[in-house]
Design a protein around this ligand. Structure first.
Ligand SMILES: Cc1cc2nc3c(=O)[nH]c(=O)nc-3n(C[C@H](O)[C@H](O)[C@H](O)COP(=O)(O)O)c2cc1C
Length: 217
């Protein structure tokens, strides 16, 4: 696979949580966002909005919120039996929580609320709508992660700050109508991009009916 082959990019697009503080040129961030917005969205409405945070004081305030959320998550993981010293992912997540403000770019992916959303959320089957609402932003987030990877930038989809939406909104000056869905710290990675390992397809997939195996050809 060539280095810029889309499969190579997908297969090596790990969460990169250890980032150098070196600045990332705005041109690259623009390019990443320009790839992000090629994603599909419900009705093609493109209600996504983004905030590119590079100002140290804003990053510091966001990092403080993130750390607070991480401490709670960390406690939950430990109570559930996870070992912070043995779990590589948790160690990296803890590192990110301690160093978030050092990431040169904190990118927020948001959605602008639409009148139709309020209507659907008030309907009896609102939970069906809740299942898809993030579908109008997460494909763009994935495009952003892939574009970062293709440009040699490390990035991670994070969600911890969404628990503190009002505080985040106040810091970013976001109006009520805009909701954050992900915070993506972006920067040049300290480590190397490695292979993404996953449970294989055949263990997760059925053929036509639940329980019928879909085997690897
Ligand atoms: C919905 C969602 C929320 C996530 N939130 C966080 C987060 O708050 N902090 C974090 O460090 N990683 C977060 N992640 C990243 C996952 O932990 C990561 O993708 C997963 O462990 C797989 O690791 P990999 O991306 O390196 O393959 C999130 C991922 C998803 C899809």
């Amino acid at each position: 696979m060539a280095d810029n082959d889309v499969f190579h990019i997908m297969y090596t697009c790990r969460s990169m949580r250890r980032l150098k503080p070196d600045p990332v040129p705005d041109e690259l961030i623009y390019q990443v966002l320009d790839a992000g917005i090629r994603a599909p969205s419900g009705g093609g409405v493109q209600a996504w909005r983004f905030v590119v945070v590079t100002e140290p004081e804003i990053k510091r305030q966001i990092a403080e919120i993130y750390r607070r959320g991480w401490r709670i998550a960390e406690k939950q993981y430990t109570e559930a039996g996870a070992s912070l010293s043995e779990d590589k992912n948790l160690r990296a997540a803890a590192y990110l929580a301690e160093h978030l403000a050092e990431a040169p770019v904190l990118l927020f992916a948001c959605l602008r609320a639409r009148r139709i959303h309020a209507k659907r959320l008030a309907a009896a089957n609102a939970t069906n709508f809740l299942r898809i609402i993030g579908g109008s932003i997460y494909p763009a987030v994935q495009n952003i992660l892939l574009a970062c990877r293709a440009l040699g930038l490390g990035a991670t989809l994070t969600s911890i700050t969404t628990q503190y939406e009002d505080e985040v909104k106040a810091i970013l000056g976001l109006p009520e109508s805009i909701t954050t869905y992900a915070l993506i710290p972006i920067g040049y990675p300290i480590g190397r991009f490695g292979p993404v390992t996953r449970v294989p397809v055949e263990q997760l997939t059925w053929h036509n009916r639940h329980g019928a195996p879909f085997r690897k050809p």
